[in-house]
Design a protein around this ligand. Structure first.
Ligand code: UT7
Length: 336
């Protein structure tokens, strides 16, 4: 295969969620919220939470499933890319912990921080490495352990009820034919809105001794802050834009797409985007009801569920799109 002919494809998928399930009714017992509020505003009914695992552990389990599905093993992997906003430690990256858990000696590994768009950013990096001929088989994982960084009191209810823990993984390899390939991944970011959705502390900003102070802790700056309505509005606009942008790039229309795999932040966001773009809802599957918002893990988790249930088949055209903190957003058509 000459360099210009190499295309990247997804050859296997996997996902994992920790066993503990927390319902909206469970949350009602620890903060001032209600099942009705959470379901009406977001569509979420339950989410999974870790008990004694970290992000690399969830990533490991999802990776094993993806190896099985791609009929390969850890030793066949040339590069690991792990997208997360909830790493096990500030450094080193969780990808290094994952690499060690997979029993690998010196296989390169990198974390990619693009929040809820992290999986699509990672897919873009993997595609470029495969298509340049640098690597033959890449493990891409989106993994999140949100629950330890959420404020499960009434103060943090606007964010805490929305997020869950989980991991999704894919194997990316060179494709011998055009029927299966990852299309151009369109990437965007707009850092001017960083403080509309962020965890401010711990952080290096502000100089020495300001990493994490008692005042920061008292103000709750170690927990995520989100300007919900503002983020919602931007998400609906940017997702619409990026869907149009990828369709135009690929010379396709909405009708050509078999399945739209949108980031699972809020079912209302995806329903609004579908309504505005005239996308039939049956082409927009969701699993946010069970898992909540799993940030970088949500698209690969949804993809794996759709593949295993037979709703996504080889040759299908999948339009993936995500929006999240940064702000970052991204989209791509994947010929599965
Ligand atoms: O994945 C990253 C991207 N994230 C997103 O895209 C999320 C975008 N934002 C959203 O999806 C929505 O803004 C939310 C679902 C987060 C919130 O929905 P909303 O309709 O914008 O609600 P709100 O924040 O305006 O709050 C409405 C009311 C407030 O009470 P008052 O001021 O009207 O009395 C809140 O205090 O709901 C209250 N509230 C809650 N009540 C019960 C906020 N959180 C809760 C809660 N339970 N968990």
């Amino acid at each position: 295969m000459s360099l210009t002919q190499i295309k990247a494809k997804i050859t296997g998928t996997g996902m994992y969620v920790p066993p503990k399930v927390v319902s909206n009714f469970d949350l009602e017992k620890i903060m001032d919220t209600s099942d009705e509020w959470i379901r009406q505003r977001s569509g979420i009914e339950t989410r999974h939470q870790v008990e004694d695992q970290g992000t690399a552990d969830l990533a490991y389990e999802a990776a094993l499933k993806a190896f099985e599905s791609a009929q390969c093993s850890a030793k066949d992997i040339d590069l690991i890319i792990l997208a997360t906003l909830s790493a096990d430690h500030m450094f080193p990256g969780s990808s290094a912990l994952l690499q060690a858990r997979l029993g690998l000696e010196t296989t390169p590994s990198m974390d990619l921080r693009a929040q809820c768009s992290g999986f699509l950013y990672s897919l873009s990096v993997a595609k470029s490495f495969i298509e340049s001929g640098a690597y033959k088989r890449i493990l891409v994982v989106g993994a999140e352990t949100h629950s330890p960084i959420l404020d499960y009191t009434t103060r943090g209810r606007d964010v805490a009820v929305l997020f869950g823990d989980g991991a999704g993984a894919v194997i990316v390899e060179a494709s011998p034919d055009a029927t299966s390939q990852i299309g151009k991944v369109i990437l965007h970011s707009q850092g001017q809105f960083a403080d509309r959705l962020w965890v401010e502390r711990p952080g290096t900003r502000g100089g020495s001794g300001k990493w994490l102070t008692q005042d920061h802790l008292a103000e709750g700056k170690q927990y995520p802050y989100m300007e919900g309505r503002y983020v919602y509005k931007h998400a609906v606009e940017r997702l619409q834009e990026v869907v149009k942008e990828v369709l135009e790039t690929e010379g396709l229309t909405i009708a050509d797409i078999d399945c739209f795999l949108f980031h699972q932040a809020n079912i209302r966001i995806n329903e609004k985007v579908a309504e505005l773009l005239h996308i039939p809802l049956e082409k927009c599957p969701s699993n946010i009801q069970k898992y909540g918002n799993c940030s970088a893990a949500s698209i690969p988790m949804l993809l794996d569920e759709m593949v295993r249930s037979g709703r996504v088949k080889r040759g299908d055209k999948l339009l993936m799109a995500a929006f999240g903190a940064g702000f970052t957003w991204a989209g791509s058509v994947v010929r599965f």
